[in-house]
Design a binder for this molecule. Structure first.
Ligand code: IFM
Length: 454
């Protein structure tokens, strides 16, 4: 496999981007805060992680980066970096330990201080309401398979926005519905670890329902700049064989077109629907108007591509077997191929086919690297090359007229990478998970120089 390219500096310049283009960093609550602090309730990630075989070494987010106590330092790091926006998430279980009912005031106070801290440092607060830690009490009643949870999500969204909304720049309902549904209810790789066609079909509909209900509730409060974040892969067939082309088309439908179709057009793609419809909740058609509640912008997370081939399908299987393959490109520590062109293609395709003039933001992009702290420094030149190549794609999309407004790097700092525990480092800032010491990496310094034009 070819080595990852390395680069000491960015080749793109801040001045290549429009003046009002926003650069930011992105994190999520469970991955950084430390869920054992401040009266936070249990989430399905706690019990998933405590079940051997699900997460590397059964690691969890109990301490994570202890951002709960170290947030001033983390916000200072962003200010020093020179970004002007911060994409963070609130934890449902921290605010409502039982998922509903009694509010944990300490949790709300924490986010209140955090948002004020962002504003004091010139960082625009970009909130995500759900980045995966469903309160266990709601998992117990069926989680995203239960329509009641969609209503409870809207209630939670209201509580958060009533408290923080006057200071938020943008509000996102869900981060990566594909991961919340397919990765977690069909592949079983994330909490709640299910592998069930009925579970995933219900979740893939009820998460958009919850989104629509929350958007309606937040609009009623007068909240502005509401959106959702979808994750995309650049999907193509492994080769020209008709069976592989068909498998790639269905994979792409599930991954890229299902949520776009529901949210932007109010209809799911027919090719995917033909497989899922028998398992969707009764009366699902009546939800579609609510699901396509107008958005103010769309967030796009992009990391890699997928070359798909057809597998051998068991006769009783509800879905044809689709296999993901790698090509000859260099790969990150996640074993993901680096394919910046995929970002450019997706931006053009999404805006041309679905979103038109709707503003877009890249809400996550970055790489896990084999980062080693040596003599107080981390020489992650691979990350500089990765980001630079993706920034170039963003620039050429803007040149082509795509209304791309912002770019958030994943992630500010190394954190809990879900089923892969603390092994995979995505940060611009290195975190020593013993001492919790933060050390800016070479990519942090290079990005800082790029943003300040030096
Ligand atoms: O760490 C995750 C994040 O929580 C969601 N998007 C992908 C990142 C890297 O895997």
């Amino acid at each position: 496999m070819p080595a990852l390219p390395r680069q000491a500096h960015f080749t793109v310049k801040r001045s290549d981007f429009p003046k009002d283009f926003l650069f930011g960093t992105s994190t999520s609550a469970y991955q950084i805060e430390g869920s054992s602090f401040g009266g936070c309730g249990e989430s399905h990630w706690d019990s998933f992680a405590a079940t051997a075989g699900n997460v590397v070494r059964c690691e969890n987010g109990a301490i994570a980066c202890d951002h709960y106590h170290n947030w001033p330092q983390d916000l200072d790091l962003m200010k020093e970096l020179g970004v002007s926006a911060y994409r963070f998430s609130t934890s449902w279980a921290r605010i409502l330990p039982e998922g509903r009912g009694q509010v944990n005031e300490e949790g709300l106070d924490f986010y209140d201080k955090l948002v004020d801290g962002m504003l004091e440092r010139g960082l625009a607060p970009n909130l995500t309401l759900y980045h995966w830690e469903l309160p266990s009490a709601l998992s117990d009643i069926g989680g995203w398979r239960n329509r009641d949870v969609a209503d409870l999500f809207a209630d939670y969204a209201e509580i958060v926005v009533k408290r923080l909304g006057d200071r938020l720049s943008t509000v996102v309902t869900f981060n990566e519905p594909w991961c919340i549904t397919w990765y977690s209810h069909f592949h079983g790789a994330h909490a709640p670890g299910l592998r069930d066609i009925r579970a995933v079909s219900r979740a893939a509909h009820l998460v958009p329902v919850a989104h629509g209900k929350a958007i309606a509730a937040l609009r009623a409060l007068g909240q502005k700049d509401l959106g959702i974040v979808l994750n995309f892969e650049h999907i193509s067939p492994l080769d020209d064989a008709p069976a592989n082309r068909e498998a790639a088309r269905l994979t792409e439908g599930i991954y890229n077109r299902w949520f776009l179709g529901g949210l932007l057009n109010g209809s799911y793609p027919e090719d995917v629907l033909s497989y899922l419809e028998p398992y969707l909740p009764e009366g699902w058609q009546q939800d579609m108007d609510n699901i396509k509640a107008p958005l103010d912008w769309l967030g796009i997370n992009y990391y890699t591509r997928n070359l798909v081939s057809a597998g051998t399908t068991e006769p009783g299987s509800a879905l044809p077997e689709m296999i993901g393959n790698k090509g000859p490109l260099p790969r990150t520590e996640m074993n993901w191929e680096v394919y910046p062109e995929g970002l450019g293609d997706l931006l053009s395709w999404i805006s041309k086919t679905y979103t038109g003039a709707l503003p877009l933001a890249i809400t996550e992009n970055g790489m896990a690297n084999k980062d080693v702290l040596t003599g107080g420094a981390v020489d992650d030149q691979e990350r500089i090359a990765y980001l630079d190549a993706h920034f170039r794609q963003a620039l050429s999309a803007i040149d082509k007229g795509v209304p791309l407004k912002a770019y958030f790097v994943w992630s500010l700092m190394d954190n809990f990478e879900w089923a892969l525990g603390y092994d995979k480092r995505f940060g611009l800032v290195h975190v020593d998970f013993e001492s919790l010491k933060r050390t800016p990496k070479a990519s942090y310094h290079a990005l800082k120089a790029m943003l300040s034009g030096t």
